[in-house]
Design a protein around this ligand. Structure first.
Ligand SMILES: [Fe+2]
Ligand SMILES: [Fe+2]
Length: 214
């Protein structure tokens, strides 16, 4: 409760600061330029199956209807991964569970990477810092669990439990992004259309790097 109250007052303070800072200029600020290009997804190995999956995801991304902006693109990713978690819950055979878990992990790795590189740094400047800091910590926790799942085989003890807990963890994280971070970003001076184009291009770039490692 106390935390929420602090957030609200901080939001007001930051919003006042932002409004004051942007007074006198009608142009929406450009999204920050990408920071780096070299780092990959931190995968220890890229199997042919993973490379094939990346190729399929690249094709799906290219065929997708152009997103409205950064928030639309990220929300579409959230819905996609939610569905994959539901499919996992419904799956019965280990081979199916293995494929779904691999896709969930890859989708989340790519999504976390593009948010960390392109969204969180400018968001940290524009909105309540606490929201972005918590998101960064949540990503680190999720990536830890993803690494453990990737090192396991379906059917192994705790495999299903780890995927389920990852789903619950991501559900919480997505709720905070969509209910707290994104509304503040909409009110900020960031150019979300340009940021959306950068996010999509970086996602394509990461998936292509993986799919070429066959
Ligand atoms: Fe997200
Ligand atoms: Fe996130």
């Amino acid at each position: 409760m106390a935390k929420r109250a602090t957030r609200t007052s901080t939001t007001t303070a930051r919003k006042t600061k932002t409004t004051a800072a942007s007074a006198g200029t009608s142009a929406r600020r450009k999204a920050a330029a990408p920071r780096r290009k070299s780092s990959g997804l931190g995968l220890t190995s890229v199997t042919p199956a993973l490379a094939r999956l990346a190729k399929e995801m690249t094709s799906a991304l290219a065929a997708a209807v152009a997103p409205g902006d950064a928030i639309a693109l990220l929300k579409a990713d959230h819905r996609k991964v939610e569905q994959l978690f539901k499919d996992f819950e419904a799956a019965e055979r280990n081979v199916e569970k293995g494929k779904l878990a691999a896709q969930i992990c890859l989708e989340l790795r790519v999504h976390a990477k593009i948010e960390e590189e392109l969204l969180y740094p400018p968001a940290h400047e524009e909105i309540e810092e606490d929201i972005v800091d918590e998101a960064i910590v949540e990503h680190a926790g999720a990536k830890n669990l993803i690494k453990q799942i990737e090192a396991m085989k379906p059917g192994e003890h705790l495999f299903d439990a780890k995927v389920k807990v990852l789903g619950e963890y991501i559900k919480h994280h997505v709720k905070e992004e969509e209910n707290e971070m994104f509304p503040q970003l909409r009110q900020s001076g960031l150019d979300l259309a340009e940021l959306g184009a950068q996010l999509k291009a970086r996602k394509q770039d990461l998936l292509q790097q993986l799919s070429s490692k066959k």
